[in-house]
Design a protein around this ligand. Structure first.
Ligand code: NAD
Ligand code: IPM
Ligand code: MN
Length: 355
């Protein structure tokens, strides 16, 4: 039987709750469609840090490299500085495995309620492609005279032609493959960032010449935020830098009803390295440990993993089942107005996937 070797990093907070639900659903998909998983569980995260002084093992990346994919919950603990936790785990994985295309769909499902008035199910249906290895997240900079009145902090953004062009090209290909509106929206900020973002716009214009069948639009990021609220129906595929894509995707998540519904795929499209699948949300310390977390984002990220592994039919089945459970409205977590617990939602989806 086809066996996929997947790394599991549940991580911190609600990561520990949503990942078991996701695994249950993926196991059910395997049982139905005739493949199986060999899970390798890694105890990395903030508790690991308190014990070992590092977020993951020294040879963590070598342990992950041979595997087919990585399934990640969330990382972040209020007792630790976020730059320690995230630069010790999540961000090095994205960079080392060249997961340059971060794909974040935003779909308004029947049964989920958008905080925007009058939005019908299906009206919002777009994908944000976020550059995931450089830009504002390049760890280049430093502090001088730390803690003094003369302190200086420098954080440099890095935009390479290679990095910018490939993610824009990926987004054009995706707009073509989706076959929906045939529209790609580039989000940038050249009016303020005359070097990096003007460069981004220039590369976008250049690459667009190879895709005459795809309409293009270029928005400033502030206006794009407004338009995500004003006219979310109009978008198809959006492409943005690392930081802008991060910000846009919390917004795109909430306009579809909940951060707990938004999945994310960190793709190395060439499949030279494992790709990583996770929810858009974080460790949510405010609700952790109480079964309140919505596992659907993680389950949908699992469906994206199935798609990436070549199990398209199973992926579709998982997504359709999530849509059905949402539409039925009987087993929903509190963020969607229900009273169900995390594991009850996971069980409802996995039971129906296997049926
Ligand atoms: P968050 O995404 O963890 O939570 C934001 C809000 O959304 C909270 O009110 C939370 O309760 C709610 N929420 C999030 N996921 C939910 C779910 N599945 N179901 C129901 N409600 C949900 O963002 P934050 O509070 O800004 O960050 C908390 C920690 O997580 C920080 O340490 C941050 O750095 C980290 N973080 C990690 C990742 C990641 O590992 N990929 C992503 C984002 C934030
Ligand atoms: C996300 C998260 C991360 C990011 C943080 C935790 C570094 O917010 O995946 O959206 O900004 O990429
Ligand atoms: Mn984010």
């Amino acid at each position: 039987m086809k066996t996929y070797r997947v790394a599991v990093i549940a991580g911190d907070g609600i990561g520990q709750e949503v990942i078991p639900a996701g695994i249950k659903v993926l196991e059910a998909a395997g049982a139905r469609f005739g493949f199986q998983f060999e899970w390798t569980y890694f105890p990395w995260g903030s508790d690991y840090y308190f014990e070992h002084g590092a977020m993951m093992a020294a040879d963590a990346l070598d342990q992950l490299r041979p595997l087919d994919a990585i399934y990640l919950g969330a990382v972040g603990d209020p007792r630790l500085q976020d730059n320690v936790t995230l630069n010790g785990l999540l961000l090095p994985i994205r960079r080392t495995f060249d997961q340059y295309a971060c794909v974040r769909p935003a779909v308004l499902y029947a049964g989920a309620r958008s905080p925007l008035a009058g939005k019908q199910a299906g009206a919002i249906d777009f994908i944000v492609v976020r550059e995931n290895t450089e830009g504002e997240y390049a760890q280049i900079g430093g502090n001088l005279y730390t803690g003094s009145a003369d302190e200086v902090a420098i954080q440099t953004a890095v935009f390479t032609r290679h990095g910018t062009e490939r993610v824009i090209r990926f987004a054009f290909e995706l707009a073509r493959k989706r076959g929906k509106k045939g529209l790609l929206t580039s989000v940038s900020k050249a009016n303020a960032q005359g070097y990096s973002m003007a460069f981004w716009d220039r590369v976008f214009a250049e690459v667009s010449r190879d895709y005459p069948d795809i309409r293009t639009e270029s928005l400033l990021v502030d206006a794009a935020c407004m338009d995500l609220v004003r006219r979310p129906e109009s978008f198809d595929v959006m492409v943005a830098s690392n930081l802008f894509g991060d910000i846009l995707t919390d917004l795109s998540a909430i306009i579809t009803g909940s951060l707990g519904l938004a999945p994310s795929a960190n793709l190395n499209p060439e499949k030279k390295y494992p790709s990583m699948f996770e929810p858009v949300h974080g460790s949510a310390p405010d609700i952790a440990g109480r079964g309140l977390a919505n596992p659907l984002a993680t389950i949908l990220a699992g469906a994206m993993m199935l798609e990436h592994l070549g199990e398209a039919e199973a992926a579709r089945q998982v997504e359709e089942t999530v849509a059905k459970v949402l539409a039925a409205g009987r087993t929903l977590t509190p963020d969607l107005g229900g009273t169900a617990k995390t594991d009850e939602v996971g069980a409802a989806v996995s039971a129906q996937v296997e049926d």
